[in-house]
Design a protein around this ligand. Sequence first.
Ligand code: CA
Ligand code: CA
Ligand code: CA
Length: 651
Amino acid sequence: MVTDLGQPHSKMNRPRILCCALILALLSGIVSAGRAAPSPQASAEGAPQVLKIDPPNWWAGHTMNPVRLLIRGRNLSRARVELQGSGLTVSNVHPNATGSYLFIDLTIDPRSKPGRRSLEFINAAGSVSFPFDVLAPLPPQNRFQGFSPDDFIYEIMPDRFSDGDPSNDNPPQSPGLLDRSKPRYYHGGDLQGIINHLSYLKELGATTIWLTPIYDNVNHLNERERYDHQPITDYHGYGAVDFYGVEEHFGDLAKLRELVDDAHKLGIKVMQDEVANHTGPYHPWVQDPPTTTWYHGSEAAHPEENWQTWTLLDPHAPPQLRSATLDGWFLNILPDLNQDDPEVERYLIQNTLWWIGIVGFDAIREDTLPYVPRRFWHDWMAAIKCQYPRVNVVGEVFDGDPAMTSFFQGGKPRFDGVDSGVDSVFDFPLLYPLRRAFAEGKPLRETALTLAHDYLYQDPSLLVTFIGNHDMPRFMNEPGAGLEGLKLALTFIMTTRGVPMIYSGDELAMPGGADPDNRRDFPGGWLTDPHNAFEASGRSPDQEAVFARVVELAHLRHELEPLRRGKLVDLFVSDQVYAYARLTDRQSVVTIINNAVDPATVEFDAAPARLLNGTTLADRLGDGPPLQVDNGRLSATLPGRTASIYVQAGK
Ligand SMILES: [Ca+2]
Ligand SMILES: [Ca+2]
Ligand SMILES: [Ca+2]
């Protein structure tokens, strides 16, 4: 039956899910097929063995009830399951064909008291018990908050930020993977290191942390992925071997909760980086998949990812043209999960709900969004919103075309009838012209031209704007990049529409080429570092100049509501000067950027900024002289490569 379960749903035209009850009906109905016939070898089985249960615990009163358990072990073909403890009911027990997995549904009485229960797996040869905990939900105050345009996100790769706990640098279960001289090895950064520097993030003005994945990675070298014939480690976290584990180089689940709780106490939210497209090559599923359709193919025979994402939004493309993009294995190495297998879908949805609930995360950054069917994202998003209505998601659509990125933002059904439901995507289309303008000195007008495509998005205000991330050379490595351009780029993302994000190190003008050079250690994160950039005294004048600019911009954003929530209105656009207002009912803020080397004088109509004759404006960012609205117009002169943020005097 398990094999049957994996077949037809991908082709079904599923109805839009509008409520939690429907989600449960859908997900539960998938397995009404019942118990599998025992496989031929079952009669020779020994006593049951259980190695792992996913998820290891769950909550009473949860919207996902029953919860589906995936039990990995041996000799499970004829196992029946008995419960020790009250409030739980087992149903729908079905093994896979080889007896190495058992799926069961566990219904938890909403009145169940938190505490340990036990599942006993029994066959003719013997039995084994495994614990299962019913948990008390985390109090929702200051948790599950979602991000908004009020936020400023700071991206951290835990391995590269700070080593707060040298005792986990060389863990007993995964020795020999740490070497700071090798850019693709572990460097020792960890969750404690982030906890130790939350005050730095507070000082910078960050209100949300994006942590790159903290899933458990393989405990030995990754020999499959090689560069210059050398194996690597999976320190980056994008090749998990356990979606329910925390990598031991980073800490453990308790430390992760401590980090999130401490961040919340400081008013900082935490965004989890999740991966639903693929696992690492050493995930136990690869050699022993729970269903025959768990992955798209096998290690021996599978499609290779061909990156043809345009086919996904092409109304003329048949499924055959899209299949390598949706089903292909990244780098021909990373096993591609089949979200059209209902068991995979259920597993991934529950896994997301588990992480949010167990840690208290506020939001999700979702990896490799286009390479997973939007039908899956729709169901996944509906399940998230059902349990955690404020938690939201920003997806990675690594593409410079807003026609591409906007297609994956939810809010309306697209040509295929599917609404992804995904709240936001990263603003890659704005990244490229922004870098060309502020680094290379090419026309600033291109940024306004890109923003002119905002009509394509259901909600451009929630797009996450950025000047770089861990997957591309640093801003400072662009041809022509300098401090002035970097400061202008940061000023731009902190004043235009969207939710600004800074990749750790960019606030220090950190250099770095393509991966892995763009993932250098944060200076001062290690006790032996010669300079500690977490402290003002350890920052060079250049580092301090950019750091101070970010602090200033974050303060202005916090103080001036229009910079966060205001409507964006373009006031003046020329080759290298861009003036725009952010407007709320109460206030106007006018940003003027001169990206030319020479001074520039601009004059424009003040009416679109809702500024009346005689209004006086002061520059809150730079040293610009006060401006006055005269004859309905504003005129300003800016030195080369500077920006001003004008606010009505006295406001
Ligand atoms: Ca460490
Ligand atoms: Ca590990
Ligand atoms: Ca895929």
